[in-house]
Design a protein around this ligand. Structure first.
Ligand code: MTE
Length: 313
């Protein structure tokens, strides 16, 4: 995000085909059934049981918009641990080691605990949440995520009264992550939310997309998705969640405090120094559309009542 680049790839009109999305979902269901029968899914997914759950129940919190084609969702990514070009994560993330994996939830909590992926998958019913993702660079997508509200996980560890913020820490695997060898950011990637933002039902602990476990370039095996904030608030491949009293220093703010703030709510009226935030280009579309306040998730507005969102950008 620190680097200036040309506009996103252009697509052929023939690529804007929402039916492909539904075909793909059907394909996945057929594949799951066949793989379950043959026992092959175990190699791909945390457990055969998880495969059924990843098919996900449609959530009422989903946007009714058509999802962005799978190839954009998994081929046009920001994951600086694997390089700074949009195509780098898809090309390099296969080296990420995701097994075994655990997430420790610690800090100002009564019951700190480390969860492995099977435990996370079973912790709460998985839902398919179709959310908009708006990147600070001016592009956006609609993604059918699979997961459940992060609140379900946080409740397990019982935050104490002094916990005010939640810090998310991504994995660092220097030998597997080509981007980590360059000091573009101070690794590990760190993100944070205020506790009430983290507990908001829209904040998703994400284990999959398009009915599959998360592809590595999208933050396997577990990430956070915060749909009303710019994409960088959604930390990928997390290994630690820490409940803290003071506002955490997030990676982008540390790298460039003039350009990136802690809150980073999608806000068409507050421009980034290098990019207007008034409009956006949905991947797979030609015409730009207006960016909506809080990315259209107006139900979060009360979290910021009385705050000057120019100051707390
Ligand atoms: N998480 C980590 N660990 N490293 C990153 O570089 N990039 C962020 C966010 N999470 C990033 C990250 C940015 S800038 C965006 S826009 C989203 O991931 C992109 O998510 P996606 O590639 O799944 O669309």
């Amino acid at each position: 995000m620190l680097i200036k680049r040309a506009a996103a790839n252009d697509c052929l009109p023939s690529e804007i085909t929402p039916p492909e999305i539904f075909a793909r979902r059907r394909e996945f269901m057929q594949f799951s059934a066949a793989a379950l029968a043959s026992g092959a899914l175990g190699a791909l997914l945390p457990s055969a049981e998880a495969a059924e759950k990843l098919a996900g129940k449609p959530s009422p919190l989903s946007t009714p918009e058509s999802p962005t084609p799978y190839k954009h969702v998994t081929g046009y990514n920001n994951f600086y641990e694997f390089g700074t070009d949009k195509e780098d994560p898809a090309a390099n993330a296969h080296l990420l080691q995701t097994q075994p994996w655990s997430v420790s939830v610690e800090g100002l909590v009564k019951k700190p605990k480390t969860f492995d992926i099977d435990q996370l998958v079973k912790l709460a019913p998985l839902e398919e949440r179709i959310y908009r993702l708006r990147c600070v660079e001016g592009w956006s997508m609609v993604i059918p995520w699979v997961g459940y509200s992060l609140a379900a996980l946080l409740k397990q560890v019982e935050p104490t009264g002094s916990a005010k913020y939640v810090e998310f820490i991504s994995a660092v695997q220097p030998e597997n992550m080509v981007g980590v060898q360059r000091r573009v950011l101070d690794w590990p990637y760190v993100e944070g939310l205020r506790l009430d933002e983290a507990m908001h039902p829209l904040t998703l602990l994400t284990l999959g997309l398009y009915g599959e476990v998360l592809p590595k370039q999208n933050g396997a095996p577990v990430r956070i998705t915060v749909p009303w904030k710019y994409g960088f608030k959604s930390a990928k491949s997390i290994v630690k969640i820490r409940l803290v009293e003071k506002q955490p220093l997030i990676s982008w703010e540390k790298a460039n405090p003039r350009e990136y703030g802690f809150y980073s709510n999608v806000n068409p009226t507050v421009d980034h120094p290098r990019w207007s935030q008034a409009r956006e280009r949905r991947l797979g579309e030609f015409t730009k559309r207006e960016t909506l306040m809080f990315n259209g998730y107006n139900e979060v507005a009360s979290l910021y009542a009385g705050m000057d969102l120019r100051k707390y950008f």
